[in-house]
Design a protein around this ligand. Structure first.
Ligand code: NAD
Ligand code: UDP
Length: 311
């Protein structure tokens, strides 16, 4: 059994990862500054003696902890949240990566980076393979996140080449599920909460932009499979669900599954909002033998059930 550090472990994805690793019998240390993470996400893990929580910011010098593996998930993921303090967002990605890579180097620990499909920016290649270098505005309002994640990827590969650090870099496409923060402004949680409250669903732009939504359980299974794969498999690898929907199609599904009579309300499209996004999973399937299994409707059902109880 291993000792595993999960940064951002109190967040949406991090809390699912901590839970799964604990269920597998590992010792898990969750390091989080609780900027977007929530105590309620990890409350049920607190009584497990193999679970430890450290309140700390990854952009600051790290406490001395001895670990075998590091999953670096620390970073706000929702656009309104990462745009609240863009300088801190950049510091979290870049200084956080540096601090954690140093820790990995000194301890010979394996390290996993939660990168993002945002490294492709507003993509002109569709679907996006890992070989596509992307189309990112370096000075826009999304850049603190996109460029921070891109710089972190660079650091991961330089630590790998220069110091032989064992790395795993995953590019995550839009993922949803229970424990998303109902107030963090992402589209799936917004639509479900609005539908459950009988409010209009807020569509940004004309709703023709697309995203491909992955259910959290599929994603976490992919994370662990990647971490346990041969050291030669460094990534970057795409993880996500290739089924692509427009935001208008998503409203139809949410309305049908919640059975509410909410209407649609069209709002301005935020600056630099990507028009389309769909993972090319060829390399991931080949190298990890992984593919998502949960369809959007099934995943939405579980998520709606969660929000009925928690929002
Ligand atoms: P989230 O906002 O729910 O979780 C992020 C966690 O990181 C929170 O617990 C937050 O408190 C913590 N955090 C933020 N800044 C920190 C700092 N400086 N020091 C320590 N902790 C800090 O988001 P999520 O959806 O769970 O995303 C987790 C990771 O996956 C992020 O790195 C995100 O960029 C990446 N990702 C997520 C998605 C998605 O669709 N959910 C897509 C692409 C990439
Ligand atoms: N979006 C929307 N209504 C909302 C929130 C988001 O139409 O209430 C749109 C947003 O403009 C984007 C898509 O949904 O085109 C996905 O947004 P999200 O913030 O979830 O993720 P990201 O833009 O980072 O992919």
């Amino acid at each position: 059994m291993k000792k595993i550090l999960v940064t951002g472990g109190a967040g949406f994805l991090g809390s699912h990862l901590c839970e799964k690793l604990l269920n597998q019998g590992h010792t898990v240390i969750c390091l989080d500054n609780f900027f977007t993470g929530r105590e309620e996400n990890i409350e049920h893990l607190r009584s497990n003696p193999s679970f430890q929580v450290i309140r700390h910011d990854v952009s600051l010098p790290l406490p001395e902890i001895k670990v075998d593996e590091i999953y670096n998930l620390a970073c706000p993921a929702s656009p309104p949240r990462y745009q609240l303090d863009p300088i801190q967002t950049m510091k979290t990605s870049v200084l956080g990566a540096l601090n954690l890579l140093e820790m990995a180097r000194l301890q010979n620990a394996k390290i996993f980076q939660a990168s993002t499909s945002e490294v492709y920016g507003d993509p002109s290649v569709h679907p996006q393979p890992e070989s596509y270098w992307g189309n990112v505005n370096t000075i826009g309002i999304r850049s603190c996140y996109d460029e921070g994640k891109r710089a972190a990827e660079t650091l991961f590969f330089d630590y790998h080449r220069q110091h032989g650090v064992r790395i795993k870099v995953v590019r995550i496409f839009n993922t949803y599920g229970p424990r998303m923060d109902p107030n963090d402004g992402r589209v799936v949680s917004n639509f479900i909460i609005q539908a459950l409250r009988g409010q209009d669903l807020s569509i940004y732009g004309d709703g023709s932009q697309t995203r491909s939504f992955c259910y959290v359980d599929d994603l976490i299974e992919g994370f662990i499979r990647f971490m346990n794969a041969d050291d030669a498999i460094t990534g970057p690898l795409n993880l996500g669900n290739p089924c692509e929907f427009t935001m208008l199609e998503l409203t139809e599904k949410v309305l049908a599954l919640t059975g509410t009579s909410s209407k649609l309300s069209f709002k301005p499209l935020p600056q630099d909002d990507p028009k389309q996004r769909q993972p090319d999973l060829t390399a991931t399937k080949q190298q990890l033998d992984w593919q998502p299994t949960i369809e959007l409707e099934e995943g939405l059902r579980h998520t709606i059930e969660y929000f009925r109880k928690h929002a």
